[in-house]
Design a protein around this ligand. Structure first.
Ligand SMILES: [Ca+2]
Ligand SMILES: [Ca+2]
Length: 503
């Protein structure tokens, strides 16, 4: 890609003409970071950047901003489908947090800039190489040690898109730091630079009036973990390298609080076993009456195995015993399927763990698509001669590239005659549907895990993602949980669904 001086000139002229007058009105809106945009429909755009960057990775378009007492939310249109933590270039969100030119410094045309949030920052030691994730640079000593996690930065969707919603916390998630966006106004602009640090597109400077800052407080009258009467509780959880056996306490507390009937696991280790997991669950989880746990353990998948556990009788489904890649003998997918008998009905459950990492069009994304295609084919075979009273496919989809693996298992199931749909579980704070978070990583929280269910046979009574930080102290005590339990247990959060079988 080359730098286009004419386009740059047009961008700069655009800035001179409209930079001073682009103004976004403060307007409260309830935004959920879930990668769907209905919540933005009444929010006007702050800037409509023209189509002026035809050959670049990104061509900025509509930009909207809204805030409430706790968060700033942006809607950013990028002109192409991209994964914003894995760009070739870098996208800069540059904020003048106090709308004052005499604090901060001149940065990329914004006088008084205080922080720069960089999506896909470059490796300082290898200037042309993008390192994935999000970095935050401060031009003020007050915020010298801020990080993407400390400013609560999240976005959706996690898969490739040309439109993203983004969140920044106004109160930093560290008591030692003063609030980041405590002033009455802010100014910001968005700049895209390619891998060689050449500016390819930029918005005008946007002025925004902020609502008063408020402190968050959790109000929970009802038990947020309450299990629906008469429903089967299914929990999906990637337990990170079999750590349930190494650091069992947070797992045990969470699973006892959730009281599942069916658990779909990912990331057990190859040297773990069905009997080991079965003994562990029987010894550590509270059971009703004469119940005990039954487990099937994935035979394939190299060092990372899937498993399914239930207090109901279960057996391996033959087409999901050992699933090999097409034309790659000896190499198997991370998947296991079981038939669970519940009150005389038969539920087919499939626990899946698709390839991690990469981005749209990369080799990892290609492998995820191949895996989803293979699982879809196995579902078709399983359904060819057998009837089930419901079907669940859940797991770590690692959806950081294209959305295609999810689409293959939801919209393109005609070969099976099935209709699968993802549950819409949000976190208990109802702010996002992220299922993964690790503050030691450069990547920010995102939705990697999905639970798909057959909509003709099953009903979802409720669904949610458990982050124990979201529970009020009263409910933490009630369930003998610690606020840090889910983050201590794994980088993935339990995805929970209460399911009813059709009568
Ligand atoms: Ca949304
Ligand atoms: Ca400033």
């Amino acid at each position: 890609m080359r730098f286009y001086p004419l386009i740059s000139l047009i961008c700069c002229l655009g800035f001179l003409l409209i930079g001073r007058i682009a103004q976004a009105n403060a307007q409260a809106a309830y935004i959920v970071i879930d990668g769907s945009f209905d919540d933005w429909k009444d929010i006007p755009h702050a800037v409509l950047d023209p189509v002026d960057s035809p050959n670049a990775e990104i061509d900025l378009g509509r930009i909207s901003i809204t805030d409430n007492g706790q968060f700033i939310h942006l809607l950013v249109e990028l002109g192409r489908d991209v994964n914003i933590q894995k760009l070739d270039g870098s996208l800069h969100l540059i904020f003048d947090i106090d709308a004052r030119e005499d604090s901060g410094q001149l940065f990329m045309g914004l006088q008084g800039a205080d922080i720069d949030i960089i999506l896909s920052p470059h490796d300082p030691n290898q200037p042309n190489k993008s390192i994935g994730g999000v970095d935050v640079v401060s031009f003020s000593q007050n915020f010298a040690d801020i990080t993407a996690y400390k400013i609560g930065f999240t976005f959706g969707p996690t898969y490739a898109s040309n439109l993203f919603e983004l969140r920044i916390s106004r109160n930093l998630q560290s008591p030692s730091l003063t609030p980041l966006f405590s002033h009455k106004h802010l100014r910001f602009k968005i700049v895209y630079e390619n891998a060689q640090d050449n500016l390819h597109d930029e918005t005008a400077i946007i002025f925004h009036e902020l609502s008063p800052l408020t402190q968050s407080s959790i109000v929970q009258d009802q038990d947020p973990l309450n299990k629906t009467d008469g429903a089967i509780r299914v929990v999906n959880w990637n337990i990170k390298d079999g750590s349930i056996f190494n650091t069992p306490d947070p797992f045990v507390r969470c699973l006892n609080a959730l009281s599942p009937d069916v658990i779909l696991f990912q990331e057990l280790a190859a040297d773990n076993s069905s009997s080991q997991l079965q003994d562990f669950l029987n010894e550590n989880l509270r059971l009703r009456d004469s119940q005990s746990w039954n487990v099937v353990f994935g035979l394939g998948g190299g060092n990372l195995r899937c498993a399914i556990a239930s207090t109901n009788p279960l057996q391996i489904q033959e087409h999901f015993t050992l699933v090999e890649y097409p034309d790659w003998p000896g190499h198997s997918l991370r998947v296991i399927g079981a038939i669970i008998e519940i009150s005389g009905k038969r539920l087919l459950c499939v626990s899946v763990h698709l390839r991690c990492c990469g981005r749209l069009g990369g080799r990892q994304d290609f492998k995820r698509i191949l895996e989803a295609e293979t699982i879809r084919y196995q579902l078709a075979k399983a359904l060819q001669y057998e009837q089930f009273d419901g079907l669940i496919v859940a797991g770590d989809f690692n959806l950081v590239g294209s959305r295609r693996p999810l689409d293959l298992l939801t919209k393109h199931l005609d070969i099976t005659g099935l209709t699968l749909s993802p549950v819409d579980g949000q976190q208990i704070d109802e702010l996002s549907n992220a299922t993964w978070s690790d503050s030691k990583e450069s990547y920010v929280p995102g939705r990697l895990d999905f639970l798909l269910y057959s909509i003709d046979k099953l009903q979802i009574a409720r669904s949610f993602v458990l982050d124990t930080h979201d529970l009020a102290p009263k409910w933490l005590n009630h369930h003998s949980l610690k606020a840090t339990d889910t983050s201590l247990a794994s980088d993935h959060l339990p995805l929970v669904a209460d399911i009813r079988l059709a009568q």
